[in-house]
Every structure is written in structure tokens, then in C-alpha cells.
Ligand binder design. Structure first.
Ligand code: FES
Length: 286
């Protein structure tokens, strides 16, 4: 922490970002947290991702002040920090709501209702993609696949899962969030604000009562994709998770001979070239 990011940025011919400093007490607290994070890594620069979450937990988004702080404590240039902060979508670059409501509109969720959910939420909340409601509570956005396709359509609030959503359940959920009524994710830890989530992602323990106990698995698989691949009719949509358990789990379990995935059973493959049973040699490949 001996050389300022300003000095290093200038030495590389890069202009320094104008950024107000944190108040002394905030800077002192963040430095204490940063030292704890940096100590987890053999190379301090490896701590950049959690440090960006840390500064995001302070202000709700990654500000220039936050990036300058990361650069200072890691002895990086602000250009290096900016390059990382602008690459990952989990780092926000502008102020937004307490609850980031992300609607998955990737292929499977989209066809299962994600597009309809997003369209109805836009109208219901009166905001577009990446915009925040006037009360500062909800930021709506498209999100990419979160590997929960089996529970499509999926909505994530501050990265907690809300599975098997419908336009009606999603609208009810954002209404509850805005009104301060309790909202429970389908699985995982209890919901918290975006700033609190950012601090947990920085690597600090979730100390809320019951948070660890509440973290659970994904529940039974629907195998909807498998059924669709077979030309079977998709099951009816499930009810909203807070209204009861999923209702469409009368799933036919395929026998081993019926598995379609190459991960489920060995598949026949073409025979090796008898002239090159082990593939081309290094010389042949050159
Ligand atoms: S497509 Fe939505 S979670 Fe994968």
C-alpha cells in the first residue's frame, strides 16, 4: 500500500479516474475487511473479485471510489481494476435497488414463460431492463442461464432462486418486496438485500439466524427437457413455491436403455482408424 494507484496509472500513461475518497471511518473499516480477505490468498491480486464485492456491499454498486480503493490496497492500477469490474455482470456500475430481480430469458426459461414474466413485470413495475422502481426497491433485469433450467422459468432475486415462476407469482413477489413483506426463495438461504448479499459474496459469513440451516438442495428434478425431447407433452405448470409444493412430479423414470444423454449410458462410437489406433503422432501432426 505504499504506491498510490494514481502514481501507477500515470506511470503507464493512463489517466487517473476522478473519485472522491471514502470518509476516514469507512476507509478504516474497509481496509480492515480487505486485509482479512487478502490474507486468504497467496497472491494479493487474487483477492480482487471478493474486494469488488466488498466495496459493492458498501455503496450498492462499484463506484470509482470503490475501484480506487481496490487498486490501492492491492497495488494495482485503476485500469486493471476497471477492466475486471466492467467484465463481470455481477458488479453493478450504477445505483440500483435493494432487490435485483433477474428474469432468466435464456432459451429454455424463455419458452417456458420467462419472456412473458419479463414483459409483465416491466409493465407492472413501470421500468425497463436495468431500471429501478421509484421507491428504490426493485431493479429489473434480464439474466442469463443460471444452470437451474430444470426449474424453468426461473427468477433470481439477489442471486437466490425462485423456481417455476409464472407472471402472477412474479408480480406477487415484487409487490411483497416493495411492501416489505417477507419473501422466501424456493431454496437456499433466506433473502437479504443486495448490499448484504454482496458482503456474503465477499467471503464473510452469513450470520443471520437460520441462514445456514435454511440452505438446501434443489429438490426433485422435473425432467421436463427429457420429456419434451421424447415428444411427450410437458406437464402442467407448478404452483408458486410459497403456495405449496410443486405439483407436476408424476415423472416417468426412464429405464437405463431409454436414457438419451451420453452421460447416462455408453454410446457406440466410430471405430478408430486402424492405421492410427492411437491417433496421429506428433511428427504427423506437424
Ligand atoms: S435457461 Fe433459465 S436457468 Fe437455464
Amino acid at each position: 500500500m505504499t504506491t498510490s494507484s494514481s502514481e501507477r496509472g500515470v506511470s503507464l500513461g493512463m489517466p487517473e479516474l476522478p473519485a472522491p475518497a471514502y470518509p476516514d471511518d469507512v476507509r478504516e473499516r474497509l481496509e480492515r475487511d480487505a486485509r482479512e480477505i487478502i490474507a486468504r490468498y497467496p497472491d494479493s491480486r487474487s483477492a480482487l473479485l471478493p474486494l469488488l464485492h466488498l466495496v459493492q456491499s458498501e455503496e450498492g454498486h462499484v463506484t470509482r471510489t470503490g475501484m480506487r480503493f481496490c487498486a490501492d490496497v492491492l497495488e494495482l492500477t485503476t485500469a486493471e481494476v476497471t477492466a475486471v469490474a466492467t467484465f463481470y455482470t455481477m458488479y453493478r456500475r450504477k445505483p440500483s435497488g435493494d432487490y435485483q430481480v433477474g428474469v432468466c430469458t435464456n432459451t429454455l426459461c424463455a419458452v417456458m414463460g420467462g419472456d412473458a414474466i419479463f414483459a409483465e413485470l416491466q409493465e407492472h413495475l413501470g421500468v425497463g431492463n436495468g431500471e429501478t422502481t421509484d421507491d428504490g426497491k426493485v431493479t429489473l433485469e434480464h439474466i442469463e442461464c443460471n444452470a437451474a433450467c430444470d426449474f424453468a422459468p426461473v427468477v433470481m432475486v439477489n442471486w437466490e432462486f425462485f423456481d417455476n415462476q409464472t407472471p402472477a407469482s412474479a408480480k406477487r413477489m415484487v409487490d411483497d418486496l416493495r411492501a416489505g413483506r417477507p419473501v422466501e426463495p424456493t431454496r437456499g438461504a433466506p433473502l437479504c438485500t443486495f448490499k448484504e448479499t454482496a458482503r456474503i459474496l465477499a467471503g464473510f459469513p452469513d450470520e443471520r439466524p437460520g441462514a445456514v440451516e435454511a440452505s438446501g438442495g434443489a429438490g426433485p428434478a422435473s425432467l421436463v427437457g427429457l420429456r419434451l425431447a421424447r415428444g411427450e407433452t410437458a406437464p402442467a405448470r407448478v404452483v408458486h413455491p410459497r403456495d405449496g409444493a410443486p405439483q407436476d412430479r408424476d415423472v416417468h423414470e426412464p429405464s437405463p436403455s431409454e436414457h438419451l444423454s451420453s452421460h447416462d449410458a455408453p454410446q457406440d462410437t466410430s471405430a478408430s482408424d486402424p492405421a492410427h489406433p492411437a491417433g496421429p503422432t506428433a511428427e504427423e501432426g506437424e
